[in-house]
Structures are given as structure tokens and as C-alpha cells.
Design a protein around this ligand. Structure first.
Ligand code: ZN
Length: 389
């Protein structure tokens, strides 16, 4: 029996080598060693741990808060994004940040351009976002290149934003795809993945880390990466606790919550979860949500606005993009140093609004209209043809 397993592994290894030549995918799976903090040093390497970066004390560091929204950006949800996020400032005078994990289908790229040009971060959430979820669990390196690396070109092109400004990704359904995602990221200049929930390392919370060494993070939605893959960062989703202390990674997935029409109850609920971080090790606090949930429950939306107003009034808490969280972890500084730093910068771009359609997606036959900042594509962009040429 053992011999057959060994033989199988050898065949697998051999086919991995062949695949390498075709795709330039790095070497096949070799289990990453246990992290050695002496060898793994910032800014490019960090063990997966709840210890505060740079050996700083919790009371001395900024509490970073990152609000993220998933899925298509359209003319309806942009109204809420403007109302909740635009013209908001942190106590250091810098514009508040938020990150949008954008999926392609039905996305309005004029609205994406507007989010980018108001200082928000645009990140990847795949071209197809297709079901079943097993498509993502089994996604190969090549599939992930088509879904994410090529989505970077698609968004940069149609929203007319800088290609290099897109640095992060989130897998649909938070479904991990093992090593393949991170190998694709390492080869396509993607900085971080924000898809891996932790329900055990929440108090104190797990900080972002790299995959040079073995992760200590339990795998909730397998397969998770196991190889040593230097370069990309894991931005863990530190779970919230609902009213019965069950974990939830997304706010809209919390089961036992205050009544969704109870604004005060929700404000307290958000605050309780925030304080676990703020009064703990100050691991980044995530408010991960879908806009549709906020649109459906105005009381929750108002509670979030009140919470963000509160954060913006604190001298040691800052609402930032996910990328800024990773940048702070790479170069950790105290609150007073942080307050002296310049605000995040972006290269402003213009949008020449163009409406395109009807456009057929050749792979599915579906017909779409598309609002973009560029010249119209021939067909609806999709995987294998991200620019719709
Ligand atoms: Zn999604």
C-alpha cells in the first residue's frame, strides 16, 4: 500500500515538474517548516502569530480598522458608499480608507473609477464568481491566473485606474484553493489575500503574516496553503463573536445578533467586537460586509455610521484600506509616529464615461450592458478574454 502511495506521489511530482515548464509555476508542494522568528524578519517575512509586530506594546500602537465590501459595484450601492464613506477623515486629518473586493459581472466601472478617485482601495474578487463553490476549492494555478491576475488587467483597463494600484484579493465564498492562490499572487505582484478566517485566534487576534513558514492558522475552508511561498501576505479575517459567542467572519453572517431594526443594539454589538481588539492586542479590526445587508437594514447602516464617526474621533484608531494595514505591519510604528506620517497617496485618473451594449459573453451567451471609462469592447469581457476583444 505504502509503495503505491509513494509511486502516486512520484507521478504527481513528475507531472508538477512538467506543468512548471508550461506555466512557470514555482516548484511543487514541499511542506513549509515551522516558523523561526530569528530567520523570519520584517518587512518581508512574519510568522503567523498574535504577537504585536515590532515588539511594540498594545497601548502604543494605532488600532487599524478596515471596512470592506464585496461583489459588484453598481449605480445602486455606490449611493450608499458615497453616503457612508466619502469625505470621512481620521483624527490625523487623513482621508478614511475602505477596500472594495470587486467581482466583474454587472460591475459598473465608472463607479469603480469614482471609488478609486475618492481614495478607496480597489481589490480583486474574481471575474466569474461562479458556483459551485467546489470550482474554487479545485481551482488550478492556471484558473486562478485567469480569474484574478487577468481581472487586474480588466479592472485597470475599463475603470481606467493604475494597474499597480490593485494589490489584494478575496476568494469567492472565502473558499481557499491551497497553495495555488499564493503561487499565482507571488508571480503576479499581488500583495495580500483576505480570505482566510480564524475563529480560534481572536482574543488576542491573529495579525497578518507571510507564508515563508508554516501557518499556525487552523484551516476552516480547506484546502489551505501548506508550502513555503515567500512574498504574499495572509490578511486573516479575525472572527467576531455573536450574542451567543458563536464566531462569524462576515457581519452579515452573524447569526445571533440584536434585532436588525435596533440601531442602539447594533451599535453596542459592533462596539463590543471592536473593544476585543482595541483593549486587547490591537490586531486589525475588520468590518467585513456586503452592501446589500446594509441597504436592507437601515438601522444597521446607521449603527455602522455612528461607529465610524466614533473611530474617526479617536486619537489612536484609524480607518484605513487593507493595503495600509499590511504596510503598517511591514513597518510598525507607534501612534505618535503614525500620526506624523503622510496620508496615503494615489494617482488621480479621469473617466470618459461610455455606455456599451448589448454585449454578449461568448462563453455563456448572456447579454449585458456595461458602463466603462474607455472604448467599448467587442464582446462582454469574461475569463479567457478579459478585455472582450
Ligand atoms: Zn462575493
Amino acid at each position: 500500500m505504502k509503495k503505491w502511495i509513494l509511486f502516486g506521489l512520484l507521478v504527481l511530482a513528475a507531472s508538477a515538474v512538467v506543468a512548471d515548464e508550461d506555466t512557470e509555476e514555482p516548484e511543487g508542494p514541499v511542506e513549509a517548516p515551522v516558523c523561526d522568528p530569528e530567520a523570519c524578519k520584517l518587512p518581508s517575512c512574519r510568522c503567523s502569530t498574535t504577537q504585536i509586530p515590532g515588539g511594540l506594546a498594545a497601548r502604543d500602537i494605532p488600532q487599524l480598522v478596515t471596512v470592506t465590501f464585496d461583489d459588484a459595484v453598481n449605480v445602486i450601492n455606490i449611493v450608499n458608499y458615497r453616503r457612508m464613506l466619502f469625505n470621512r477623515r481620521n483624527s490625523n486629518g487623513c482621508p478614511a480608507g475602505a477596500t472594495f473586493y470587486v467581482s466583474h459581472e454587472y460591475t459598473n466601472y465608472q463607479a469603480v473609477n469614482e471609488l478609486y478617485n475618492n481614495g478607496f482601495e480597489i481589490a480583486l474578487h474574481s471575474i466569474t464568481h461562479q458556483t459551485p463553490q467546489s470550482y474554487w476549492a479545485n481551482a488550478t494555478y492556471e484558473t486562478l491566473v485567469k480569474e484574478f491576475a487577468e481581472q487586474k488587467s480588466l479592472i485597470a483597463h475599463f475603470a481606467n485606474i493604475p494597474y499597480e494600484s490593485i494589490k489584494g484579493l478575496r476568494m469567492p465564498f472565502l473558499q481557499m484553493a491551497g497553495d495555488a492562490t499564493f503561487k499565482m499572487m507571488a508571480n503576479h505582484n499581488l500583495l495580500y489575500d483576505c480570505s482566510w478566517p480564524t475563529i480560534t485566534q481572536t482574543d488576542p487576534g491573529l495579525w497578518p503574516y507571510t507564508l515563508d513558514y508554516k501557518s499556525t492558522q487552523p484551516c476552516i475552508v480547506p484546502p489551505c496553503p501548506t508550502s513555503s511561498i515567500p512574498g504574499p501576505w495572509v490578511f486573516p479575517l479575525v472572527a467576531w463573536s455573536d450574542l451567543q459567542n458563536f464566531p462569524c467572519s462576515f457581519v452579515d453572517a452573524c447569526f445571533s445578533t440584536p434585532d436588525r431594526n435596533d440601531e442602539n443594539g447594533w451599535y453596542e454589538f459592533i462596539l463590543t467586537n471592536f473593544e476585543r481588539h482595541y483593549k486587547g492586542n490591537r490586531a486589525p479590526f475588520g468590518f467585513f460586509v456586503h452592501e446589500a445587508f446594509l441597504a436592507a437594514y437601515p438601522a444597521v447602516s446607521n449603527a455602522l455610521i455612528r461607529f465610524l464617526d466614533m473611530v474617526n474621533s479617536l486619537n489612536d484608531a484609524f480607518m484605513v484600506t487593507s493595503e495600509e494595514v499590511i504596510e503598517w505591519v511591514k513597518n510598525p510604528v507607534t501612534v505618535s509616529e503614525y500620526r506624523q506620517q503622510s496620508c496615503r497617496r494615489y494617482t488621480p485618473t479621469v473617466c470618459r464615461p461610455t455606455s456599451c451594449g448589448p454585449l454578449t459573453a461568448e462563453a455563456t451567451g448572456n447579454v449585458y450592458w456595461m458602463q466603462i471609462c474607455n472604448v467599448c469592447p467587442r464582446v462582454y469581457p469574461w475569463i479567457n478574454n478579459p478585455l472582450g476583444q
